[in-house]
Design a protein around this ligand. Structure first.
Ligand code: DOR
Length: 458
């Protein structure tokens, strides 16, 4: 990781410390030294402070392990005009994410050890948070032959996916799942049956009808999830369902888990908080008329934004643990890819910098507890990635000091011009969110600090 802002010991005084995995929820001090958590929860007297210790007033703030994102697009190599590892990791730091797993739909795709090495090197030189590449399932993501999964695993990928596209071929998916068991790494599938989604650009339903846009039925996602569950049962392989978005998908995953099939699932912040009605342009899930602001291309994403009925099922499934974790699917795009007709626009939303603020809406509305939200952003993804990630998802003394400090009640207005990400493509532009990251630390180094923290005298 590059860009060290400071490296002295840090004492965060009097914040609420939530360590979801340890069942810890206390008000106390957090002492960080030599990149690690030295103490969490105890009061540190001035005499016990290490030399050159920076003190941060934590009252009114919450500290927890840094967020882990299982699914984002950093676009490097190949699409640096949309995002780079430098800008994407800066965006992550602003959003409270300390670990990113980046998808392989780059150019070249991440289907061999050389590209994995390139990303790891760039992340070391230019990144401000931890970056772990996800390898392709098939060579070049073309769906014709399996990638060298073992070579990719040895080079350090943490999962496999052809994200942006599904693994269509049933037998290749079967083989990939069988290998995933041997390699101990999950297959994250983008479930989209193209013969059903066809040229659809948003969710099938009354909003698509009113706007005259071709719709994508929920069954395009659900039929492929059903196939994958059946193949996971057959092989015992590790299936991870990427960006699950429909009520029907939730019940498929629930039933599979009840039957003991090794399946996990993620959901994106936008599918939990906004609906297809946002394509009408009113930035609201109650607007029901098409107006001059309709066809807002920043709402175009795959899977598409769904109905309120789906949103409710997703929130409930997240709260109950049927869905294991939240992943951003941060998909930054350049203006030229979005300032076109709805049909021509690229799919994707820039999410890293708004994820936490938008998710806090669920906490403020009492639909999910703050500790469950933190669990699904930290331990939930860490468990899917495996035991090596456990220490990145806790504030236990002795573990790396990857953490986020946030103000749960701070209002802020989303202004994409202030994003570190090159992707300004967010439907949330101009909206007010309640809950803001104040500082993010990776291995004890401050990689982001908001203006409120910079004003503090140490
Ligand atoms: O909206 C999306 N954009 N969904 C995907 O699955 C891929 C992503 C991208 O790469 O832009």
């Amino acid at each position: 990781m590059a860009q060290i802002i400071m490296n002295n010991p840090i004492l965060i005084k009097g914040s609420r410390i939530i360590d979801a995995g340890q069942g810890v929820d206390v008000v106390g001090d957090l002492l960080i030294k030599d990149g690690k958590i030295l103490s969490a929860g105890n009061t540190i007297a001035t005499d016990d402070m290490p030399e050159n210790c920076r003190v941060i007033a934590g009252n009114g703030l919450i500290a927890c392990a840094g967020f882990i994102d299982l699914h984002c697009h950093l676009r490097e190599p190949g699409f640096e005009y949309k995002e780079t590892i430098a800008t994407g990791t800066q965006a992550a730091a602003r959003g409270g994410f300390t670990t990113l797993c980046c998808m392989p739909n780059t150019d070249p795709a991440i289907d061999n050890a050389a590209v994995v090495e390139f990303i790891k090197r760039r992340a070391k030189e230019k990144g401000v948070v931890r970056v772990f590449p996800i390898g392709c399932v098939t060579k070049g993501r073309k769906g014709k032959a399996l990638a060298e999964m073992e070579e990719l695993a040895s080079a350090g990928v943490v999962a496999f996916s052809d994200d942006g596209d599904p693994v269509y071929d049933d037998n290749l998916m079967r083989l990939a799942l069988a290998y995933s068991q041997d390699l101990g790494l999950p297959i994250s599938n983008h479930c989209q049956e193209h013969s059903l989604s066809r040229d659809g650009v948003m969710a099938e339903g009354w909003v698509a009808t009113r706007l005259g846009l071709p719709g994508i039925p929920a069954a395009a996602e659900e039929t492929m999830i059903a196939r994958d569950i059946s193949l996971a049962e057959l092989t015992g392989g590790r299936l991870h369902v990427a960006h699950l978005s429909t009520r029907g998908s939730v019940s498929l995953v629930r039933q599979a888990k009840e039957r003991g099939i090794p399946v996990t699932a993620e959901v994106c912040p936008h599918h939990l908080t906004i609906t297809d009605q946002w394509a009408l342009g009113g930035k609201n899930s109650t607007i029901d008329v098409a107006g001059p602001l309709s066809y807002d291309t920043s709402t175009k994403v795959y899977p598409p934004l769904r109905s309120q009925h789906d949103v409710e099922a997703l929130v409930d499934a997240l709260a109950k643990g049927v869905i294991d974790c939240i992943a951003t699917d941060h998909a930054p795009h350049d203006l030229a890819s979005k300032q076109v007709t709805f049909q021509d626009a690229s799919f994707g939303i820039s999410v890293l910098e708004t994820a936490f603020g938008s998710l806090m809406q669920l906490v403020h509305e009492d639909r999910i507890s703050i500790s469950t939200l933190i669990e699904r952003l930290t331990i939930g993804p860490a468990r899917i990635l495996g035991p090596n990630f456990a220490e990145l998802s806790t504030l236990k003394p002795g573990t790396p000091a990857d953490l986020v400090l946030f103000d749960p009640n701070r209002d802020w207005t989303v202004d994409p011009d202030e994003f570190a990400s090159k992707g300004k493509n967010t439907p949330l532009a101009g909206t007010i969110l309640k809950g803001r990251v104040v500082a993010t630390l990776v291995a004890g180094q401050i990689v982001f600090q908001g203006s409120e923290l910079m004003e503090q005298v140490s």
